[in-house]
Design a protein around this ligand. Structure first.
Ligand code: IMP
Length: 428
């Protein structure tokens, strides 16, 4: 396969960074296609931990081109800061390309994100507070700026003026200070100078790479259940992390995507508000949270913890056509006597295996579990499926059985080396 997608299949934080890092070694181009610095990938290698927010994981591999595609929302300041950190750590940042059509995320988006959340009171979304929703809102309302505007003075002046008329009205409605055009304009000119070397028509670049048959990895952020259309709306992010959105967000033909690797954590986590049928509470949830270091990379919030939900995996697989699973954090379940897996829900006395459109309905779904025997053996050094304890094998096989999607890889620890690959999508 030439074009592979890493897609989160739950509520984000599935350990995509690690799998992306592994696959990006094989790709010539690595692309982020949606979201912004609400995402946070942690990659561990050589005894060091690196956190990425905006820049694709390909940055750690020499000669890999990293593309921030048109579907993204990018805070110029956050981007430049990340570039700086990476440069100082000795990584080559000259092969980063930022789409001229990607949306510019301003500080006022962050301010409005906070103000919107505060106004929602008890019905807060629990956003990352990075301004993602307000920035996508502006894109859809046609009052947003694109990265290309930052390097075209005439366009910048025109677009920023009309944006601020609209945005200042909104800020006023919250009794928040207005944004001064002149100072933001000057700031944008400076940012534009710094961003110029990165900004390009990435759609044309990617089209050329597709034609050439270059190996491209598409790195999804968040997860299917946070998809604006198919997630647990409104407790979702404001873009689509699903593979289906790649062609449009990157400006490449629909049939460009060849293989979708669904990343599924061996249990489930969620940050922010919203329904979560298999959620666990109490000591056991706390124990798993500590063992799995389940705290947000971006906001450090403790993640909510639950059993694996196969209905959720099937939901993602059905929409984006997942070809294989990468099951992550399997080692975190070591030592658990009995592991539960949700195979269906019950609602109004009936079995259900699909995710409903309304939260009001989903909140009433009761999980139905099968119970599998756990394992006690340390699996952190396992190098093949056969080396896994029988019960861990059964666990993985259960996922295959209920989703009818094969396990392509599994991960038994945070390090780069602790990934067992049964099927490498780029090797076909
Ligand atoms: P936003 O993307 O900041 O607007 O947040 C909307 C929802 O998506 C909230 O529930 C966030 O916690 C969640 N979210 C956004 N980004 C991530 C992520 O990278 N991992 C997990 N959850 C996320």
């Amino acid at each position: 396969m030439k074009r592979v997608v890493v897609e989160g299949s739950q509520w984000g934080d599935e350990g995509k960074g690690k799998i992306t890092d592994y696959l990006s070694e094989k790709a010539k181009v690595v692309v982020r296609f949606q979201g912004g610095n609400n995402a946070g990938h942690t990659i561990v290698f050589g005894g060091k931990k690196y956190a990425l927010r905006l820049i694709p994981s390909g940055i750690f591999h020499k000669n890999t081109v990293c593309v921030l595609a048109s579907g993204m929302v990018i805070s110029p300041a956050a981007f430049l800061e990340e570039v700086d950190v990476l440069k100082k750590a000795g990584f080559d940042t000259s092969k980063i390309m930022v789409s001229d059509r990607a949306s510019v995320l301003f500080d006022y988006h962050k301010t409005l994100d906070g103000a919107n959340e505060a106004q929602l009171k008890g019905a807060k979304i629990g956003t990352t507070g990075r301004g993602i929703g307000p920035c996508y809102t502006d894109k859809a309302s046609r009052v947003g700026l694109r990265m290309g505007d930052l390097i075209n003075k005439t366009s910048l002046q025109k677009r920023l003026k009309s944006a601020l008329e609209f945005k200042n009205r909104e800020l006023r409605s919250f009794n928040l200070p207005e944004v001064d055009f002149n100072s933001l304009y000057k700031e944008c000119l400076k940012l534009g100078e710094k961003l110029k070397p990165f900004i390009a028509n990435t759609a044309i670049y990617l089209q050329e790479q597709v034609k050439k048959g270059t190996k491209i990895l598409f790195e999804g952020a968040q997860g299917a259940m946070l998809c604006l259309t198919y997630g647990t709306y409104p407790y979702v992010t404001s873009s689509s992390p699903m593979a289906n959105s790649i062609p449009l967000s990157c400006g490449i033909p629909t049939n460009s995507v060849e293989y979708v690797l669904g990343i599924a954590k061996a249990y489930t986590t969620r940050v922010g508000e919203g329904p979560f049928p298999t959620e666990l509470f109490g000591d056991f949830a706390d124990e798993l949270r500590e063992r799995g270091h389940e705290y947000g990379t971006v906001t450090k919030r403790p993640r909510r913890i639950g059993w694996l939900d196969l209905n959720v995996l099937n939901h993602a697989a059905g929409i984006s056509g997942i070809n294989g699973w990468a099951v992550t954090l399997l080692d975190v379940l070591t030592g658990v006597d009995e592991i539960k897996v949700c195979t269906k829900y019950t609602f109004e006395g009936k079995d259900v295996t699909t995710i409903p459109a309304t939260l009001e309905e989903y909140e009433q779904y009761k999980p139905h579990y099968i119970t599998l025997k756990g394992w006690k053996e340390d699996i952190s050094k396992v190098k093949s499926f056969e080396e896994l304890p029988k019960n861990a094998q059964t666990y993985l096989k259960t996922i295959e059985k209920y989703t009818k999607v094969p396990i392509a890889m599994f991960s038994v620890g945070p390090d780069r080396t602790q990934t067992v690959v049964l099927h490498d999508p780029f090797a076909d």
